[in-house]
Design a protein around this ligand. Structure first.
Ligand SMILES: Cc1cc2nc3c(=O)[nH]c(=O)nc-3n(C[C@H](O)[C@H](O)[C@H](O)COP(=O)(O)OP(=O)(O)OC[C@H]3O[C@@H](n4cnc5c(N)ncnc54)[C@H](O)[C@@H]3O)c2cc1C
Length: 501
């Protein structure tokens, strides 16, 4: 094999963060190579599997219309769009992480969110309003809530298609089935990267590496070691390739770990979802997010959380973890016919595993559970349901009395046939363990000084998300820190060129 040419910047990974980094470095004049571990038909990382929900700060509907230019005046007149300022975004990050997010990184993310999404739009990424999940209709008007009104057109697939097209048009080289293995330094600076490609070990000379190759969520062993033994059994909702390679490579040359290595984002997902994300069935199709209207019962026939403690946005991440703790890592969401028409779209998909029957006894007879206790739990719950106005659009306080755990809202007796059971388990979205990075995207060493030539972006940036994250921030963080890292790396190339010339 001939000696590989030197690249100004090598980007590891081909998800959203990586391609934003590659494109921004290229825009600033650098020669860029992208290394992707997976084959071409499995490219795009976790970013490919997303719903495309992307969170950014904006002042008003006019800011949104700049991103969605074909939103007509007629449509706009029917929209109520509360502002979502940088302070709101920052406060949300602080709230969901219990104040643990690293202030300067959170600040960098929120302050650059609008300029970055505008830049993505200039690259050709198309956006649409997220009516389904983030608005409700009242008197003919659509009221948006939650600071997450926009998603990418054709979800994560659309986002990644556009970024790959743009990368190709800009002349960025991409090697598939090219697994980055080791960072090589000379005098403490990046000098090359070792890559496994076509069964050979190849050394690619470069002074700048941007690591954007995910965290370790797809590595069973690392999950067990860092997050906890039971996490070995979690389903991986996205790419199979994020196995902590970039973290290990960086730590091996002295990078500082940062963030919640024992934490991750997870949800309740269909028990029969594929063990790792299936590229032929992209989109977030296996989640089961209507559980606040259900009761969830484990194999032993016991309830284990207050299903109606709050709206889904505030409980889904922690309830994924609770399901993992149950015997056999399984629970059943139980509904009756009164509630079934109100369930989210994912319950209607052919991929949804569903048991149903005309009586509760017939339903439970199909489940591998403690049948007697299961039926008793449903009966106890039914007896505990209090009178009140049932209203799933607000926290209706229609609760239970005398059972543990209680159900604080949306409690309806399970009494109208047919009856339904949806088995769920825990799916990991991504792990929070990352590297210490500054607001230039530079990776810091144990003395908190930059390692010359090493940058990181996306899931690899530690310290932003702890315990939970505000939905839509994963893609935004990848884009902001990717763009930043690309600019910084290209800036360094420029400086070196100036010194040499
Ligand atoms: C089902 C699902 C739905 C989600 N929905 C949303 C959503 O709607 N909005 C949101 O903001 N976030 C969402 N997320 C989270 C979001 O996907 C991540 O936060 C974000 O996409 C991470 O981007 P990234 O570029 O850092 O990593 P990725 O997109 O995962 O890219 C990492 C890339 O690195 C490659 N790689 C790994 N190791 C190597 C190596 N050694 N050499 C070369 N390449 C390597 C991988 O193959 C992969 O292509 C969702 C996640 C999942 C799984």
């Amino acid at each position: 094999m001939s000696k590989p040419v030197k690249y100004d910047v090598v980007v590891v990974g081909a998800g959203n963060a990586a391609l934003c980094a590659a494109i921004s470095a290229k825009e600033k004049g650098a020669q860029v190579l992208v290394l992707e571990k997976g084959p071409k038909h499995k490219r795009g990382g976790n970013s490919f599997f997303t719903d495309g929900a992307i969170r950014f700060a904006y002042n008003d509907l006019e800011d949104i219309r700049k991103l969605i230019p074909d939103l007509s005046d007629e449509e706009a007149e029917k929209i109520v769009m509360p502002s979502y300022k940088t302070e709101d975004y920052y406060d949300d990050l602080m709230t969901v992480t219990n104040g643990k997010t690293t202030p300067e990184l959170a600040g960098h993310l929120v302050d650059n969110s609008y300029t970055t999404i505008s830049w993505m739009q200039e690259l050709g990424v198309e956006f649409v309003l997220n009516y389904d999940n983030q608005s409700f209709e009242k008197d003919g008007m659509f009221h948006f809530w939650g600071g997450l009104p926009v998603k990418t057109k054709n979800i994560g697939m659309g986002l990644m298609d556009t970024l790959f097209t743009r990368a190709k048009e800009s002349g960025i080289d991409i090697w598939y089935e090219a697994c980055a293995k080791q960072l090589v330094t000379y005098n403490g600076q990046i000098s090359s990267i070792m890559v496994d490609k076509d069964g050979q070990s190849v050394q690619v000379p470069t002074s700048n590496v941007i690591l954007a190759c995910g965290s370790f969520e797809a590595d069973k062993k690392m999950r067990g070691k860092e997050i906890g033994k039971e996490w070995e059994e979690a389903i991986v909702r996205g790419t199979e390739f994020n196995t902590g390679d970039g973290l290990e490579m960086a730590i091996a040359i002295g990078a500082q770990k940062h963030g919640e290595w024992s934490g991750c984002h997870s949800i309740g997902t269909d028990y029969n979802a594929p063990k790792v994300g299936d590229y032929t069935k992209p989109g977030d199709i296996f989640k089961k997010h209507s559980y606040p209207l259900s009761i969830m019962v484990n194999k032993e026939g016991e309830r284990f959380v207050d299903e109606g403690a709050d709206f889904r946005n505030y409980t889904y991440a922690k309830y994924g973890r609770e399901i993992l703790k149950q015997p056999g890592h399984i629970a059943y969401q139980i509904y009756d016919q009164q509630v079934r028409p109100m369930l989210r779209k994912e319950y209607d998909l052919t991929e949804a595993t569903c048991y149903h029957a005309e009586t509760l006894e017939a339903l439970v007879s199909q489940l591998p559970v403690n049948k007697e206790r299961f039926l008793q739990t449903i009966a106890e719950y039914n007896d505990a349901v209090q009178e009140g106005n049932y209203n799933p659009t607000i926290k209706d306080n229609k609760d239970t009395k005398g059972i543990t755990p209680p159900k604080s809202n949306w409690s309806l007796k399970i009494e109208q046939a047919p009856f339904y059971a949806y088995p769920v388990t825990c799916g990991i979205t991504f792990s929070f363990g990352g590297l210490h990075v500054n607001t230039n995207g530079e990776v810091l060493n144990k003395n908190t000084d930059p390692i010359p030539g090493l940058y990181a972006a996306g899931e690899m940036v530690g310290g932003i998300f702890y315990e939970n994250y505000p939905g839509g921030s994963g893609l935004m963080s990848g884009a902001v820190f990717g763009k930043t890292a690309g600019e910084s790396a290209a800036g360094r190339v420029q400086k070196e060129t100036n010194i040499l010339s």
